[in-house]
Design a protein around this ligand. Structure first.
Ligand SMILES: [Zn+2]
Length: 466
């Protein structure tokens, strides 16, 4: 009998709706079969997962690597190596990188190819890029799709339209007319348009008023971006998308009203999906105001306790499809000015190394079951974005992307232990139960008991099945 590459023995494999006690046989980076007893199969190596859960590798559809580095992202900030070390340590085996903040932004085929070259020898995990879609690069949308972007991203911004860095990611001054045109163009590529839904014009006017009144405390940020600044845009985008026939994803959904709109749209059969983030599920505006100050400034802001609880319900009911981190690895220097003026702090929080242990803690607490949790961390992402021929499940024929989790292990999250170069972590100090102890990408261990063991450049760009 030929020797196989690897067998993961005695784990409890989390499948769609059952825990399967079986051994995973891995050859050439793929799962060749799941067997009850592998004692008669020879393998080059084995991993003992006795007493542990084995889940499909997590897929983060929303990260900001800050690659390629340019004048505005100095070399000591997050790059693809530090980002994917963080991913590996956090149980993420695939990441979808946003077109910003890197220079040049991925809004042209040239920029897409350049970024691919820049990160080629840096990644520990598999990855894909979004392309920007905006008023200034409509002619690049189809070529970007052909070049291999996984999906498109747009911000519902109407101001800032003269900023060259943004014109391939924003609507521009003509508003809905241009948004509809962009949607029609993306629809023809059959790719998803992920939308940052915030009414920039409303937020700017409220922010300017608060600043004029001298109110620049952390609480002013919340006042500048009320729930309506999100859900009015979600409403507009869903309606326009329905007309344009484009599949859309609502990025980092944060309010109960937005989730209700997504539920209604899904009920009408519209191709809408939605993501939310750990910070909206676990933190509120109180944390922003009282404890975290500028470190709790995300984009959109942390919301009320009412919204936080509602988001859990919508997530568990399947209205919200994905947990994404919106990993925004800002350095401390970008956050600190916010203590004096909250509007001067960078938006966003890092999340790759905390999302999975935080969610496993919620599984242990009974907030969400492990099957739904795997759906929102991995399976739904693969299905909706069309990479479920290789990712998002543990079955014969799939890539051997998996995470071994010790559900009994308790520890404290600490930014000291993290690989991200961001020092703006908001969950540091949180007690968690359920530790990702080993991460493997295509059958190769990249993270093992606190140590990065993956090789730079092992991670590959994921080519979608045609
Ligand atoms: Zn983002």
């Amino acid at each position: 009998m030929p020797t196989v590459d690897l067998i993961v023995k005695n784990g409890k494999i989390v499948q769609k709706d059952r825990l399967l006690e079986a051994d995973i046989v891995i050859e050439n980076g793929k799962i060749s079969k799941l067997v009850k007893d592998s004692s008669n199969i020879k393998s080059d190596s084995t991993i003992d997962a006795t007493g542990k859960l084995v889940i499909p590798g997590c897929i983060d559809i929303h990260v900001h690597s800050r690659e390629p580095h340019g004048a505005k992202t100095p070399a000591n900030q997050e790059d693809f190596l530090s980002l994917t070390k963080a991913a590996a340590a956090g149980g993420y085996t695939s990441i979808f990188d946003m077109p910003v903040v890197g220079y040049p932004p991925v809004t042209t085929v040239d920029a897409f190819n350049y970024k691919k070259r820049v990160v080629e020898n840096k990644s520990l995990v598999d990855y894909v890029f979004y392309g920007g879609a905006g008023y200034g690069n409509i002619q690049e949308i189809k070529p970007l799709a052909a070049a291999g972007v996984i999906a498109f991203k747009i911000f519902t911004r109407e101001i800032d339209h003269e900023n060259d860095d943004w014109k391939g990611m924003i609507i521009g001054e003509l508003g809905s007319k241009t948004l509809h045109k962009i949607m029609c163009e993306v629809a023809e590529t059959n790719k998803i348009l992920s939308i940052h839904c915030e009414d920039d014009r409303l937020i700017r006017s409220l922010s300017n008023r608060l600043i004029r009144e001298g109110n620049t405390k952390p609480s002013a940020y919340y006042k500048s971006s009320p729930n309506a600044s999100e859900f009015l845009e979600v409403d507009r985008c869903i309606k326009l998308a329905g007309h344009a026939g484009v599949k859309i994803n609502i990025a980092h959904l944060s309010t109960s009203e937005s989730a209700a709109l997504v539920e209604k749209a899904k009920g009408e059969g519209l191709p809408v999906s939605a993501e939310t983030c750990p910070h909206y599920l676990l933190l509120t505006d109180n944390d922003l105001v009282e404890r975290l100050g500028p470190y709790g400034k995300a984009y959109p802001p942390l919301r009320s306790e009412h919204d936080r609880c509602a988001l859990w319900k919508f997530l568990i009911d399947g209205v919200i499809d994905f947990l994404a981190t919106d990993h925004a690895p800002h350095p401390k220097e970008a956050k600190e000015p916010g203590w004096n003026n909250i509007f001067d702090a960078a938006n966003g929080v890092p999340g790759l190394e905390t999302a999975l242990p935080l969610m496993m803690t919620q599984v242990n607490l009974g907030t969400i079951d492990i099957f739904k949790c795997v759906n929102i961390m991995s399976r739904n992402q693969a299905k909706v974005f069309g990479i479920d021929n290789s990712k998002g499940d543990l079955n014969a024929g799939m890539d051997a992307d998996f995470v071994i989790i010790d559900m009994k292990r308790e520890y404290s999250l600490s930014s000291e232990d993290m690989y991200t170069r961001s020092s703006a972590e908001v969950f540091s100090g949180w007690k968690v139960k359920g530790m990702p102890i080993l991460t493997a990408v295509r059958g190769v261990t990249v993270f093992d008991e606190g140590n990065i063991v993956g090789k730079e450049g092992f991670g590959k760009y994921i080519n979608k099945a045609k």
